[in-house]
Design a protein around this ligand. Structure first.
Ligand code: AMP
Length: 519
């Protein structure tokens, strides 16, 4: 690999906010302020004709023209069906995310010069299509994605190095078992990690892609809307996209105020009618108790799945803006009998850890000895959908069980279904029950042009290689024939290589120099 003077960056590509960091001259992680002078950039887009505005300005513009604005695209990453149509043009989630990355990159370049190599963080429970989508978004934005890293792993690295339970090389003096509770704007993620010397090993991970601060905001809007309808009657403000955006905005302010105070007021209007409702922290906690309970349930089932007792956990780390809600600390204190660690900026820790990891990867690529090793687990089972011969029913043959240490390579044997079969298809799935219901289809691996007259029951080996960054390669082989076939993994979702390139041209294009008219 050619040596490069370009410094790598770490990017926390969040559901509601994103952060970019680099390593300063002393090798310490530092957040790069955006062009507006802020640490965090809202992951919100506004399409102003040909121009895509990202961040704070987009949030403001969205209030008046919500149909030209996009937020929460991280929740849709890797989806085979989601795309937003804006000004008559269809945008897949990867492309929408790439606009956020492009803004972070451009703002960082004002300070650092050219920015290219990057590590982007993803929730630990992100499945393969979502990870691939994130990497594609980076490529479309003109970044060289060194790797994706799980958000809790990044947070643990940053906390550990900065709080001193890890030395400057990121090594621990004793075995640390760290539980990272990450409640952001749109996602919840919990991971149990073991840090032993320079080895970082995720033991178990779980999460909820549809649970985050915004769900708490909606509860406030619901209460306010009910009060509004009771007082004024008429149309529900939640049915009006512009009003809903404003009301959610106000609800978020109320929620933040309730993290600092015992009570506040929700003040909003709709259809020229005003509303002011008092809300106390106690009421807010009652209204959202089931949401918090979902996180408690995930934490306790993760600990029992990992097979270790809560007393063996040496640290509780809080990550994500929503952990500032006092109810989170209270719940964890009750659950573990001790206060969680929250001395660092919940907003910056993930990006800082990603910057440290990016620096390590780049140095390793240039021949240095790696200072820390990172081991992940897979957050979903991986298998192949086969057909049971006796019943003809679909069966999910799990090849890599959940929470297996990565990287992992496993082979599983199948057989052809009937005589004279000219091709075999392995449908690769992630998650799902024994019959493959509710699974995510990752894609299929096909061996074509098999010789004629192949008997039924000819063995087919399907091999999975799951890298430590959570990306999957699938190969299928017919061992008795000794033939190596050309294998195609057709992904069930996401963009093709060509589409990534094409979108890169679209997102990367500037309007070019201005024209000057003739005199
Ligand atoms: P993140 O994705 O980690 O940046 O977290 C963003 C979420 O944190 C949003 O839902 C914010 O409303 C929420 N948040 C930030 N600060 C506070 C606060 N002081 N109290 C409650 N929620 C907060």
């Amino acid at each position: 690999m050619a040596k490069t003077a370009i410094k790598p960056v770490g990017i926390d590509l969040g559901t509601t906010f994103s952060v970019i960091a680099h390593l300063d001259a002393a090798g310490r992680p530092a957040t790069i302020l955006n062009a507006e002078g802020d640490i965090i950039t809202p992951s919100v887009l506004f399409f102003d004709g040909d121009l895509v505005i990202v961040g704070k300005e987009a949030v403001k513009a969205a209030i008046h023209e919500p149909e030209l604005s996009v937020a929460f695209m991280k929740r849709e990453m890797g989806s085979s069906v989601f795309s937003r149509v804006i000004n008559g043009k269809k945008y897949p989630p990867e492309v929408l995310q790439s606009y956020v990355l492009k803004k972070l990159k451009a703002d960082a370049e004002l300070k650092l010069g050219q920015v290219k190599p990057a590590v982007i963080t993803v929730p630990a429970f992100f499945d393969d299509p979502r990870r691939k989508g994130t990497q594609d978004a980076g490529q479309i934005a003109g970044l060289e994605v060194l790797n994706v890293i799980n958000e809790p792993t990044a947070a643990a690295i940053a906390y550990g190095v900065q709080e001193g339970f890890l030395n400057s090389k990121g090594e621990s003096e004793r075995t640390e078992r760290v539980l990272v509770y990450d409640l952001g704007g749109g996602t919840f993620d919990v991971t149990l990690m073991e840090i032993d010397g320079k080895s970082y090993k995720a033991i178990a991970t779980d999460g909820d892609v549809y649970l985050g601060g915004v769900d708490w905001d909606h509860r406030i809007v619901d209460v306010a809307a009910t009060a509004f309808l009771k007082k004024h009657g008429g149309k529900d403000p939640r049915k009006d996209p512009s009003a809903l955006t404003r009301w959610l905005h106000e609800a978020e302010e109320v929620k933040r105020a309730l993290s600092a105070r015992e009570h506040t007021n929700f003040t909003c209007d709709f259809d020229d009618k005003k509303l002011r409702v008092a809300i106390t922290r106690e009421q807010f906690e009652e209204l959202t108790a089931d949401l918090l309970e979902r996180t408690r349930f995930t934490v306790s089932s993760l600990i029992s799945e990992a097979g270790i007792s809560a007393s063996k956990i040496t640290r509780l780390l809080l990550v994500g803006g929503s952990t500032r809600m006092p109810m989170v600390k209270k719940m964890l204190q009750e659950e573990f009998g001790r206060a969680p660690d929250q001395s660092l900026s919940a907003d910056e820790a993930v990006a800082h850890g990603a910057a440290i990891y990016a620096g390590l990867l780049l140095a390793t690529g240039q021949g240095a000895t790696p200072t820390v090793t990172v081991r992940n687990v897979n957050s979903h089972t991986l298998g192949v959908l086969g057909i049971e011969k006796s019943t003809g029913r679909n069966v999910n043959q799990v090849i890599v069980p959940r929470n297996t240490a990565l990287p992992v390579s496993k082979v599983s044997r199948f057989q052809t279904a009937k005589a004279g079969q000219r091709s075999v298809v392995a449908n690769v799935i992630e998650g799902g029950d024994l019959s493959g219901n509710n699974a995510t289809r990752i894609g299929k691996c096909t061996i074509k042009d098999l010789p004629p007259d192949l008997p039924a029951g000819t063995p087919v080996d399907v091999a999975f290689a799951y890298s430590d960054s959570g990306r999957l390669t699938v190969r299928a082989r017919l061992p008795t024939l000794g033939i190596g076939a050309v294998l195609v993994i057709e992904r069930a979702s996401g963009l093709s290589e060509q589409q990534v390139k094409q979108w890169g041209d679209v997102v990367g294009s500037s309007k070019g120099p201005l024209e000057l008219n003739e005199d």
